[in-house]
Design a protein around this ligand. Sequence first.
Ligand code: FAD
Length: 757
Amino acid sequence: MNTAVNVKVGRNFRCAVDMIPVRLCRFYPAWKVLLWPSVCYLSNMPLEVKPRFVVLYGSQKGQAQSIAEGIAEEAEEHGLIADLCCLNQNDKYNLEKERAPVVFVVSTTGDGEPPDNALQFVKRIKKRTLSPDHYKHLLYALLALGDTNYANFCNCGKTIERRLRELGAKQFYPTGYADDGVGLELVIDPWLKGLWNSIKDTLSKMASDRTVQLKEDSAKEIPESFLPDVQLNLLSIADKQICEPDSKYPSSLAISDVRPASASTVSSSAPKTQACSEGVPQVSLAASLTSSLPPLSESSLNVPALPPPYLDVTLQEADAVEQAVERLSKETCNEVPISKAVQLSKGDSVKTALLLELDISAFPSMTYHPGDSFDVFCPNVAEEVDHLLHRLGFQDQKNHRVQISLKHNTKKRGAQVPPHIPENVSLLFLLTWCLEIRSVPKKAFLRALVEHTSDSAQRRRLQELCSKQGAADYNLYVRDPNLSVSELLTAFPSCSPPLSLLIELLPKLQPRPYSAASSHLRHPEKLCFVFNVVEFPACSGRPTGRRGLCTGWLFDLVNPGLVFPEKAELALPKIHVSLRPNCSFRPPSDPSLPFIMIGPGTGVAPFIGFLQQREEEKKENPEAKFGETWLFFGCRYRNKDYLFREELENFVSSGTLNHLKVCFSREDRKDEEEPPSAAQPRYVQHNLLLCCRQVTDILLRQDGYIYVCGDAKNMAKDVNETLVEMIKTELQVDQLEAMKTLAGLREQKRYLQDIWA
Ligand code: FAD
């Protein structure tokens, strides 16, 4: 038996809704029937009326986007509909008129900048002309992603939140600040868990407010006879769906029916033998990437929902496919020759530091300023691509053209063909240049892999790694060692994912940025940069160490020239780069102002550019007044990794650099028994402390600048804390006051950072 409900949609529009079974009508809560019908088929078509909310994301590397997509997908399980948009799709949402709750998921990039696709939005809401009640109708929740290794933690989220509040918007759920430095999921998981009840409470509250209004309106506009139906539903709320205990992890049943193979074969006390998929016996002494111990191996698991597949991928034989790397970049991407490669580190230095010089004479668009960086486009490692092709069973079709389209019946909200995959490319090109096959698999990815794994022990372990209960193992064996998807597939040999899954779930292969270590004024035709070859040690799941993707690739490109310098010119190849101007990390526009540079290790790179530029400016304008310059540099050993030693000493001789403070963290001490004291600076911050008076004078009394470049994980934090201490001492203020003073310098763009993990 069917009934008819009349739902008022919009001001003067009534939608006659047919075909709701009475059973459903009774249990359908008022807020679902009355509010924001998102799909409303007229006449005798079936009806689906669900309250909606909006999910907006700003994402640089896809993390925030995938969380936002997850929220949108999960909405359905909660009987809701989510409108999912990227913040830059401002034709698809309208916050000025939005009456539904809005959930923001935003990351932060660079030195606290918004992601590229949130820049315009942040700019718009920052306009001072907006009135304080501009968003007074808006109800929002916000999840900010950041990394406490960087100074401006979650700055984009905080900026958006501050402006929303200033413009009158009301928060309906406390903001989550997730920290990639310790594991995003520590905040994200509980935040997501609590989100749903808050959205529903908010919708209920809005529904009851609207009901009052509806009653008033309906007295005027809706014939009396229609009202009872609606009222009846309003009074009979019994929403089964919202009572589900933990719908993010819905399927304990489906999982506990898989026998925990390792539970029966591995115990914490004694080594047991376990058959791996090839039937080769393995001895498990301890937990590892591929096996677990009780209690995990014996628990039932809550695993995330399976991400719905949304792409159809086919391979077509093709005569010609485009392989132009330039198509990967929206900005101008130039193929420039490497004109010189020099190893800066010496002897048995722990890290290998290289300087590369690019010949940009043929590219006038590559004019750069000191402080700018540029992107290097690097391919995935050929052997890893080959390995993947084998695993996917496509080694003979690698030159086929990849055709990607959306599944016509996909349930994924906001589904789109990944924009980072150009049309008309071969499978080989796609795996080599478009997808980050080295990316650390997210839990959703592991979850999806379970479906394509035949060996039950391996299935179980993948389930554990993506489950709530296995979070610690995930961090230990996957996240912390930066395990790549390729390595994971090697460790789980019975897992054979389809190509479409990799395209759906692997992020874009990002170009790597490097700071210019030269001045265009001195070398108009050259662009130099410096890097350490990143080394990943062996670990469970990675039998031998490997190198960083880009730095390892660059090293291999120039290594013949390093080994045989006489053949260097012949051997040096071309690479694809595009400029990334940095408008704030620049020497002071007023050259008479003093500035301090802190750049240990390869962090010294941009300061070589700063100093070369200063030297040229001095030559061009010898009469002008130039402020004092300070450089704090640090490395392990004077004779191994003191990068640019000669050049820096020359800057001092020429008077371009007034103060060079260098420390060596591993140099032998005269008396090793003694702990490092202020007289024996080990790290840049120790030297900074020794110059406390001069440094604070420059910053607090001479309108000077301070620049920090290099390692975000330790150095930038330590320097920041030291600066706070120095300000405390110098101004005789408390911690909070000192932090405020430093924040003020940051705000004035006189304390600038260019740091990386
Ligand atoms: P990837 O394969 O991308 O691996 C790097 C990742 O692995 C990082 O997440 C890192 O945290 C992690 N990691 C590193 N070592 C280990 C380990 N042993 N175990 C586990 N995980 C590990 N770098 C420079 O050297 N010089 C520069 O001038 C420079 N300028 C930069 C400017 C900007 C604006 C930015 C954002 C970054 C800059 N970087 C610079 C960093 C650079 O872009 C790359 O990230 C770096 O060179 C590593 O790239 P990769 O592809 O070799 O390593």
